[in-house]
Design a protein around this ligand. Structure first.
Ligand SMILES: Nc1ncnc2c1ncn2[C@@H]1O[C@H](COP(=O)(O)OP(=O)(O)OP(=O)(O)O)[C@@H](O)[C@H]1O
Length: 301
């Protein structure tokens, strides 16, 4: 069962800007789904459409097996979200902030202490939210999103601007919410390293197109398949010209030639050509791309 399914989602802000270009994605129930992409890729637009904060133009959005348009209120009751900067009352304590919003959202009062415990703010007592660190403010915003006991939490770049400690706190909180409360989480980010140790599933979006979707394990499998080749010769400029004649695109990095993934046969062929052209080949080695390099590859192409 999936918590969210999107099919053929298209969105324009004006006639000739395709901000979302036929997005299809699926968030399994119980997963932590990392929605990854560079600035301007279309992450916030997608998340706003999922929450009904933007009017859908084309495609279908289904949450908990029901179409969004026809079940908007019922669906929103099951979703907590944090999109863009949170609105907190700086002159109120964490408890007072939650107390106020609990009345606005008409959710059970009993949730307040539990939610404060969950996000690690139960000890903040009389301290006003305005005096909180950015990390504490983010955790209070997540607490607000949790007040009505949602089964899906949608967070748009919640670790933006946090120091490494703040990032770790949010990561541990989200893992706890997922494990202990069974909450499905969608979290957007433009940094793979930031969410790599948190997510079970990843969707990579670039220029409004979904470039990859799968489990973290499937992304790692791509890592196994992708090998770049590093070469060093006594005349790298000449070697680069010879290699480029094979329809390859070598580039220079730190005085060595770097080639995208190529087959063993091609490596042998290039080696023969370089030697036949009188070059000394000092080194040819295959290197595994790390996950970050794979992500960069998705957003480059
Ligand atoms: N209200 C709007 N009117 C016009 N263009 C918009 C509007 N909102 C977003 N855009 C454009 O749509 C594109 C996608 O923006 P979006 O905010 O969805 O990207 P993002 O992946 O969330 O990026 P970021 O990490 O920078 O927030 C960008 O080119 C942005 O300038």
């Amino acid at each position: 069962m999936s918590s969210l399914q999107i099919t053929n989602l298209v969105h324009h802000f004006s006639a000739n800007d395709m901000v979302l270009d036929n997005i299809n994605l699926e968030v399994p129930e119980g997963s932590i789904y990392g929605f990854l992409g560079p600035n301007g890729a279309g992450k916030t637009t997608t998340l706003k459409l999922i929450l009904g904060l933007l009017k859908k133009q084309q495609g279908t959005i289904t949450l908990f097996g029901k179409p969004l348009e026809k079940n908007h209120i019922d669906i929103l009751k099951r979703v907590g979200s944090l999109i863009e900067s949170p609105s907190l009352y700086g002159h109120l304590t964490a408890h007072e902030n939650l107390n106020l919003l609990q009345k606005v959202y008409q959710c059970p009062k009993t949730n307040i202490q539990e939610v404060l415990d969950l996000v690690g703010l139960a000890h903040t007592g009389k301290k006003k939210a305005g005096q909180f660190s950015l990390g504490m403010k983010q955790r209070l915003s997540i607490a607000i999103a949790l007040l009505h006991d949602p089964s899906l939490l949608i967070l748009d770049e919640p670790t933006n601007g946090l120091d490494p400690n703040g990032m770790i706190e949010i990561r541990e909180l989200l893992l706890k919410l997922n494990k202990e409360k069974g909450i499905t989480i969608i979290i957007s980010s433009h940094l793979l390293a930031e969410i790599e140790r948190l997510v079970t599933h990843i969707g990579i979006i670039n220029k409004g197109k979904l470039m990859f979707e799968g489990t973290l394990g499937e992304l790692r499998e791509k890592q196994q398949q992708l090998l770049s080749v590093i070469l060093e010769t006594d005349d790298n400029e000449k070697a680069t010209r010879i290699i480029a004649d094979n329809d390859l695109t070598p580039c220079m990095e730190e005085g060595r030639i770097v080639l995208p993934a190529i087959s063993k046969d091609t490596v042998a062929k290039i080696n023969r050509q370089l030697v036949a052209n009188g070059l000394e080949v000092y080194e040819i080695k295959a290197v595994r791309n790390d996950l970050e390099a794979i992500f960069m590859d998705f957003i480059k192409n």
